[in-house]
Design a protein around this ligand. Structure first.
Ligand code: XCC
Ligand code: SF4
Length: 628
């Protein structure tokens, strides 16, 4: 059995893990233990199954054994191909999410359900769509069409690349990595890494970079921007977090996955008076909707719905015995949920044709009939309330934080301290001033998942605290954001962890020292913010005293994010090594050589304290180079 004191720093997780053990439920940690030792070839990226002459694996630990695949592929080729394919899959996931949002906007236009017209007009302007004489719904349709054509247009580059600093755009052009159409970049990775195609690791990684950039500056950015148009751009608000947000007396619905289209409809449906009446008839006090993983981030940012938990807490939510339904769409949904749900009364409801799970109920979601389907799903949950069985245990563990820091929200906050006579509002000037004066040393994005190879949550939290005390502002998304809010880092009280400079900045701006920017596609908000700061200072992103870290990452999406961040000029510290260590050449290329090409590079550092030290050194170096 595992010692949960060591594997997580989160109290709710510990308590529910104990309940799971008592009830003989296997969780992600138990399966991870049973998996040991994990395959060394796979871990180093040295196994190739790209054709049926394989699988082939390269033996590194001794002089004996094969040094090339049956086709002659070297370790460099095999490792880089595997890495590139993971990046392409990650980019595909984010981008397909973006496409679904664009489709939702396209179909929504008739009902004029645009929540943020200002943003719609801004994007239309950027994309050269004429707005004069057209109503919002017509513009929305044209913007949606243009967004959809980004996936498969025949000529030209991605439109959002223009948001990057000029120097960066020129560099991408020079290197031939400026993506053209999102789907095409992903297809080209799959093609060029097919058996007997590209064997040059540098060239393979170059194509992977194109696919990754088409995620960050393409699919993800479309996902974020059009979600804001459709559902509203997040603004600061208070929210509760952790599994203690479940309510014993209520019908509990956990929405889990990624795309806000489903969760928005569920949030609306749960307010329906007939369903509330029905819930009361079943003996419940009300309907309590809570969010998990990135869906949790999306609806927390826009509606203040509680953030129930991160990737590693999904099974434990069901273990409480108090969840009537877990409703999922796409990505990061453990297939184990069906098995766990069977031991309780919980209904696992899948909704996407792209993600069905054996053992779950499938109710397909369709945006055009969104609210009706959502009501049907909520009704399933309500009618399940009376079926609760066994011990119900909701740990009394939750915290509160302030979230909703979209780029637009940050600009509004900065406007509060801008001297309106000397400077126009709507700029990042106050932020740049704080950085230049040294009150703020720099900023770091802490993002990504949970991974059993790292202690749960504690890497995110330790890293954040180490940075705060060095006067480095932290921004966060995804499951990193869940970790931070659970640890209290998004409350004003968290200023106690900050150095004097950062504490002053937070006080002046009335913000917490860790800013929640949203879900993982919302890392595009960070790209926009960095571009604004770089443009204001007249430099490139790679010149800024900033970094990114993914201390507990696990998904292919995270590999795509990591690579587009590096290709955008950012120093990226990974707490878990990607499967590339089987090739010294590829490892050196990603962790050293890329810096002279793109200005960003990967660093692999498991220990969050050491990671913070390395980041601090990087930030101080950048400051020196800028002469500040
Ligand atoms: Fe998934 Fe986005 Fe990772 Fe969390 S952080 S485990 S990818 S939910 Ni994106
Ligand atoms: Fe083996 Fe080459 Fe086929 Fe890969 S592509 S499985 S290395 S023969």
């Amino acid at each position: 059995m595992i010692n949960c004191e060591l594997f997580t720093c989160d109290a709710a997780t510990k308590k529910l893990y104990d309940k799971a053990k008592k009830e003989r439920i296997d969780t992600v940690w138990d399966r991870a233990l049973a998996m040991q030792p994990q395959c060394g070839f796979g871990e180093m990226g040295l196994c190739c199954t790209n054709c049926s002459m394989g699988p082939c694996r390269i033996v590194k630990v001794s002089d004996d054994g094969p040094k090339a695949g049956i086709c002659g592929a070297t370790e460099d080729t095999i490792v880089s191909r595997n890495f590139a394919r993971a990046v392409a899959a990650g980019s595909a996931a984010h981008s397909d999410h973006g496409r679904d949002i664009a489709l939702a906007l396209y179909h929504a236009t008739g009902k004029s359900s645009v929540k943020d017209e200002e943003k719609l007009f801004k994007i239309a302007g950027e994309w050269g769509i004429k707005v004069e004489g057209k109503d919002a719904s017509r513009i929305a349709r044209e913007v949606a069409e243009k967004a959809l054509s980004e996936f498969g247009k025949i000529f030209g580059k991605l439109l959002f690349l223009k948001r990057a600093p000029h120097k960066r755009q020129n560099l991408w052009d020079e290197l031939g990595v400026a993506p053209e159409a999102i789907d095409r970049e992903i297809v080209e990775v799959l093609h060029s890494t097919h058996m007997g195609c590209d064997a040059d690791y540098r060239n393979i990684i170059r194509q992977a970079i194109r696919a990754a950039l088409s995620d960050g500056w393409g699919g993800s950015m479309i996902g974020t921007e059009l979600s804001d148009v459709l559902f509203g751009t997040p603004a600061p608000r208070k929210v509760e977090a952790n599994l203690g947000v479940l309510k014993k007396e209520c019908v509990n619905i956990v929405v889990h996955g990624h795309e806000p289209t489903l969760s928005e409809a569920i949030v609306m449906a749960a307010k329906d008076s007939e369903l509330l009446e029905l819930a009361k008839k079943q003996g419940a006090e009300g309907i309590n909707v809570v969010g998990m993983c990135c869906t949790g981030n999306e609806i927390a940012m826009r509606h203040g719905i509680p953030m129930a938990g991160d990737f590693f807490q999904q099974e434990l939510a069901i273990v409480t015995g108090a969840v009537e339904a877990m409703i999922v769409d796409v990505q990061c949904i453990m297939p184990s949920l069906a098995t766990v749900a069977k031991c309780y009364h919980t209904k696992l409801i899948t909704t996407s044709p792209k993600a069905k799970v054996p053992g779950a109920i499938h109710i397909e979601f369709d945006e055009q009939k969104g609210l009706d389907i959502a009501k049907r799903i909520v009704k399933e949950a309500v009618m399940n309330f009376k079926n609760r069985k066994g011990e119900i245990y909701i740990p009394d563990v939750k915290s509160e934080g302030e979230i909703g820091y979209s780029f637009e929200a940050i600009i509004k906050i900065l406007d509060r301290v801008t001297n309106s006579f000397a400077h126009p509002s709507g700029t990042v000037k106050p932020l740049v001033d704080a950085i230049k004066s040294g009150v703020l040393r720099g900023a770091v994005a802490i993002v990504g998942c949970n991974n059993h190879k790292q202690p749960h949550n504690s890497c995110h939290v330790t890293l954040a605290k180490e940075l705060l005390r060095r006067d480095i502002l932290v921004v966060t998304t995804g499951c990193g954001a869940h970790s931070c809010i659970k640890a209290g880092l998004m409350s004003k009280d968290a200023r106690k962890y900050c150095g004097k400079g950062l504490a002053t900045v937070c006080e002046l701006l009335d913000i917490p020292p860790v800013l929640h920017l949203g879900s993982c596609v919302d890392i595009s908000r960070i790209l926009v913010l960095l571009s604004e700061v770089a443009n204001y200072m007249g430099v490139d992103i790679s010149d800024l005293p900033v970094a990114a870290a993914a201390p507990e990452w696990m998904s292919e999406k995270a590999q795509s994010i990591g690579l587009y961040a590096v290709a955008s000029g950012i120093y990226v510290v990974l707490g878990v090594s990607p499967a590339v260590t089987g090739s010294e050449n590829v490892t050196n290329y990603l962790t050293k050589d890329l810096e002279s090409v793109l200005g960003g590079r990967f660093e692999i550092e498991k220990d969050p304290v050491k990671a913070a030290e390395k980041i601090a050194v990087h930030i101080e170096n950048k400051r020196k180079q800028l002469g500040i």
